[in-house]
Design a protein around this ligand. Structure first.
Ligand code: ADP
Ligand code: ZN
Length: 529
């Protein structure tokens, strides 16, 4: 029987051009495609946006039978399938959001060889009925997307992913390709082990984007800081400014326009026509700045974006990498600039606490936030840190703020002790929790109405930190958060101790806390000669 669409040839390059409309393969795509077409197993580590989908979509079209794609991103399945159908590819999906009739129709199409690709939620493969269904058709390959889910503790889909090893036992002749955008070498080994992919060839992409200069600065007046960046270094350049909320997108775009910068807003609250118009202008024009929520950028391939600016903290290092990665696709110098402050941490924390999802989900999100904070507060090369997050080792780059102006650090043990003591005393003596603002006022000995109202001037820690400015104390709080010595919780961003805090507070042999000196920023680097 004939499964692949009759008008397709078996040449991968031909399929790439005819079906997907691209001229050539990107990076390691061709090697991966050829390996899988020939029946080999593969483990693919490639950055988000690198082009993982084609690595299994093309072999699925070239090999006889249906390519089975296991993906936990149920919300995206419909879109992915629609996009493929639009290209003339016969794709379907099976997940729990479907009506029984739809499911039966898709199953029947698979049995009779009328599907090129079938997307499955991982939990479906735990059902014997799904495995029986697969027996009744012809399977071209198994693609396992987001394969790191099998390895990482706390991943929502882990139990389902662990079951995927049965695929190999039940369908030993079918090639499997596991894909992920994030995996340390240890995780990679675990993926290979758990999925019984021990013989698979590993295709590991280089995550480095050497032409991007990474800079992360303290947030003071973010819109003015942004304006300075644009005026001093990127006048007339195309750029993307990311903001968390729609309201901030609007306000920031208006601010830029009022200051003579050609800028437009982009977020999901705008009507489709406006969004399309702004996107089209961005692609067509040389020097437009788009201020956007992360809804902007998916599938946008503009080579000459000269800067990406974040005025709010991204939720994860993966997100940061993906968003900054839209800068400098042409290989010419580009800037990834971010302003971040304590309030960002409080805001993200609040989003995590108030979001839906279970405890495991919140733990994962917290781990993401912690990794992002560690990147913000590092005194090491930003790039070394960033690449290490994806399991890639590198040397200090010379093209990031910490390399260009190495931050000075100081022994902040005593300052940390003062701050943590204030948190302890409020808790023990008053049974109270407060946010950073109040705690800093107490340390600095400020008799504000709120300090007087709560009689915090009578605490023994009142005024012990008068030698440091408000901004310096905020820096201490941020860094203690990043080092896991302090946590922020609840709607009001109250500060609480962690298990590690006691090591710092100990009377004898306290843990030394090194902090970077605030206020030192990389000089506005010349990104163009
Ligand atoms: P990933 O899954 O790795 O995040 P995608 O598969 O979604 O990445 O691809 C990212 C973008 O790059 C998509 O818009 C895709 O169409 C585009 N793309 C992928 N491969 C190529 C190629 N060889 N030529 C041009 N564009 C490509
Ligand atoms: Zn560096």
């Amino acid at each position: 029987r004939r499964v692949t669409s009759p008008d397709l040839t078996t040449d991968p390059l031909h399929v790439l051009r005819r079906v997907f409309g691209y001229d050539s393969f990107r990076g390691p795509q061709q090697d991966i495609v050829e390996h899988v077409v020939a029946g080999g197993d593969a483990l693919v580590l490639m950055p988000t946006g690198g082009g993982k989908s084609l690595c299994y979509q093309i072999p699925a079209l070239v090999r006889p039978g249906t390519g089975i794609v296991v993906s936990p991103l149920i919300a995206l399945m419909q879109d992915q399938v629609d996009a493929l159908n639009e290209l003339g590819v016969r794709a379907g999906f099976l997940n729990s959001t479907q009506l029984p009739q739809e499911r039966q129709r898709t199953e029947e199409a698979f049995r009779s060889g009328e599907l090129d690709m079938l997307y499955l939620a991982p939990e479906r493969l735990r059902l014997e009925s799904t495995l029986r269904l697969l027996d009744q058709g012809e399977v071209a390959l198994f693609a396992i997307d987001e394969a790191h889910c099998v390895a990482q503790w706390g991943h929502d889909f882990r139990p389902d992913y662990l079951e995927l090893s049965v695929l190999h036992e039940r369908f030993p002749a079918v090639p499997r390709i596991a894909l992920t955008a994030t995996a340390t070498p240890a995780t990679r080994r675990e993926i290979a082990d758990r999925l019984e992919l021990t013989g698979a060839r590993h295709f590991v992409s280089d995550f480095d984007r050497p032409n991007i200069q990474y800079r992360i600065v303290g947030k003071a007046d973010p819109r003015k800081q942004l304006l300075r960046l644009v005026r001093d270094e990127h006048a007339g350049d195309a750029g993307i400014v990311y903001r968390l909320t729609r309201a901030d997108v609007e306000r920031t775009a208006e601010f830029l326009v009022a200051n003579g910068v050609d800028a437009v807003p982009y977020h999901a609250g705008l009507d489709a026509a406006t969004r399309a118009a702004h996107q089209a202008r961005f692609l067509r024009e040389d020097g437009l700045v788009v201020v956007a929520t992360i809804a902007f950028g998916m599938g946008i391939d503009k080579p000459d974006v000269r800067f990406v600016a974040h005025l709010d903290l991204p939720k994860s290092v993966e997100g940061y990498y993906q968003e900054t990665g839209r800068a400098g696709r042409d290989g010419l110098p580009a800037t990834a600039w971010m302003a971040y402050g304590l309030q960002d941490v409080v805001q993200q924390r609040k989003l995590i606490d108030s979001g839906d999802g279970d405890a495991a989900h919140r733990r994962t999100q917290t781990a993401h936030l912690d990794a992002m904070l560690a990147l913000c507060e590092t005194v090491e090369c930003r790039r070394v840190r960033l690449l290490a997050h994806f399991g890639q080792e590198s040397r200090p780059c010379g093209n990031c703020d910490t390399c260009l102006a190495p931050p000075e650090s100081w022994d902040g043990t005593v300052a940390a002790q003062k701050l943590l003591s204030a948190v302890v005393r409020l808790d023990r003596e008053r049974n109270q929790k407060f946010g950073a603002g109040q705690i800093i006022d107490i340390l600095r000995g400020r008799r504000t109405p709120k300090v007087e109202q709560f009689r915090h001037d009578q605490l023994s820690v009142f005024g012990v930190g008068g030698d440091m400015s408000e901004a310096e104390w905020r820096g201490v709080v941020r860094q203690l958060l990043a080092q896991g010595l302090l946590e922020v919780e609840g709607d009001y961003g109250t500060l609480v101790l962690t298990e590690s805090s006691s090591a710092v507070l100990r009377r004898e042999e306290p843990r030394t806390v090194r902090l970077r000196t605030e206020g030192k920023q990389a000089p506005a680097a010349k990104t163009r000669k």
